[in-house]
Design a protein around this ligand. Structure first.
Ligand code: DAT
Ligand code: MG
Length: 216
């Protein structure tokens, strides 16, 4: 499932951006209709899936309950048995899991994910570490999930992370800080598009949605 096909798709998405990523059949139909109606490619390329009558772009709708963030548990988190703990924190907070997969990133995928850090002296070590074993790649959805998700992770350096945060509670070293979270709406959309195709994201309504949000 995550063999060469995924690698090719991930590479191609990274190079071309997620506007060119593979589309689920329903999405292709929406795209064709949009083009026929004279809509711009930029508009149709973000149309992904629907929840009820709402149209939710692949990268989410920042500033709404449908905001999305890419959250990953790094190889150290997996090796240390922290998958359940980290997922439980996001679940108990009330965020909605809309995508999840276990994958060992190739060095190319790791380098693509951290492309903005390619000039840093620690880049080589970071790529080696991130591609050293399975990671849990996820997309979580909810109001303010990008900012709140970063707060739940804690500061990049665990030494500066507050107790009660994931890194504050479970990590010591900046190079082994167990988790990743998108740092803003742009990186969230880019990372979600890099790691997941539209058909891998699930739109569903939690049974307790009205107990978490006054208005949806
Ligand atoms: P964050 O993961 O909090 O978004 P970042 O994007 O600046 O932080 O860096 C990505 C990862 O790179 C980070 O989680 C751990 C590693 N890293 C950052 N600074 C480092 C440093 N000074 N030495 C070693 N690894 C570092
Ligand atoms: Mg970062």
């Amino acid at each position: 499932m995550f063999g060469r096909g995924f690698v090719r798709a991930a590479r191609s998405k990274f190079v071309k951006g997620f506007a060119s990523s593979a589309r689920a059949p329903a999405v292709r139909r929406i795209g064709a209709l949009g083009l026929a109606a004279g809509l711009t490619l930029a508009m149709t390329s973000t149309v992904a899936l629907t929840e009820g009558k709402k149209t939710i772009p692949h990268g989410g709708l920042p500033g709404t309950p449908y905001e999305r963030s890419f959250i990953a548990i790094k190889p150290d988190g997996i090796q240390r048995g922290l998958i359940g703990e980290i997922i439980a924190r996001f679940e108990k907070k009330g965020f909605k899991l809309v995508a999840l997969k276990l994958i060992t990133p190739t060095p190319e995928i790791a380098a693509g994910h951290y492309d903005d850090l390619k000039d840093k002296p620690f880049f080589g070590g970071l790529v080696n570490f991130f591609s050293s074993g399975p990671v849990v790649a996820m997309v979580w959805e909810g109001s303010n999930v990008i900012k709140t998700g970063r707060q739940m992770l804690g500061a990049t350096n665990p030494a500066a992370s507050m107790p009660g945060t994931i890194r504050g509670d479970y990590a010591i070293d900046v190079g082994r800080n167990v988790c990743h979270g998108s740092d803003g709406p742009e990186s969230a959309a880019k990372e979600i598009g890099f790691w997941f195709s539209p058909s891998e994201l699930y739109n569903w309504t939690p049974a307790d949605a009205t107990w978490k949000y006054e208005k949806l």
